[in-house]
Design a protein around this ligand. Structure first.
Ligand code: GRF
Length: 194
């Protein structure tokens, strides 16, 4: 059974999808803890599923590094086999990546390496692209630069707004994330040698 810790910043709809998948007894992974860098609404999903959660408010710390030290301490306590960033809108400090890599994956609402960074959906629209996508990658020391574990194209429709496009991307992200976590759990994906 793969023990997964999930980090979020927002609504946590992707987290909820993973919690729902993991509530199936045949799914080979379980969420052991949910963390956030603020009092994120998505933490309520953890409570709904009886999963422990914690918040390490970024604003409460004098530096990214000090925030990272507390976050790493909270994560370490759960001894996760995998850390999933799903809507964490904060870059992890290098020390946190160094401690937990290569066992950190991230979902991104674009077809990487297209449109990396915090505004992938908005950037795809602004570029006038005909299609974008969803990606699940391994986290390395860069920004959305790690090895791609899964990705799929998502069409951009005329009249799309950032909200309508993101709403079309998220179900794809969730499906890819649930499958990637399953494949890691059963050994189909070896994060030590992607
Ligand atoms: C997801 O699209 C994720 O890839 C991006 O932010 C969004 C978070 O959505 N980083 P939610 O909080 O899971 O609803």
């Amino acid at each position: 059974m793969l023990n997964v810790a999930v980090l979020i910043s927002g609504t946590g709809s992707n987290l909820r999808a993973l919690l729902e998948a993991a509530s199936d007894p045949t799914y080979p992974a379980r969420v052991v803890s949910v963390g956030a860098d603020r009092d994120a609404p998505g933490l309520a999903h953890a409570a709904d599923f009886g999963v422990a959660s914690f918040a390490v408010p970024f604003r409460a710390y004098d530096s990214r590094e000090q925030w990272g030290e507390e976050l790493a301490g909270q994560l370490r306590a759960w001894q996760p086999d995998l850390i999933v960033l799903s809507g964490l809108m904060r870059l992890l400090p290098a020390a946190v990546v160094a401690e937990f890599a290569p066992r950190i994956v991230n979902t991104h609402p674009a077809y990487l390496p297209e449109f990396p960074g915090a505004h992938g959906v908005r950037d795809a629209l602004a570029a006038g692209a005909a299609q974008t996508g969803a990606s699940v990658i391994q986290v390395d020391e860069g920004v959305d630069t790690g090895p791609i574990l899964a990705q799929e194209r998502v069409p951009i429709e005329p009249g799309d707004t950032e909200e309508t496009l993101h709403a079309r991307i998220k179900p794809v992200e969730r499906r890819l994330l649930i499958d990637v976590v399953r494949r890691i759990a059963v050994g189909d994906i070896d994060l030590d040698a992607p």
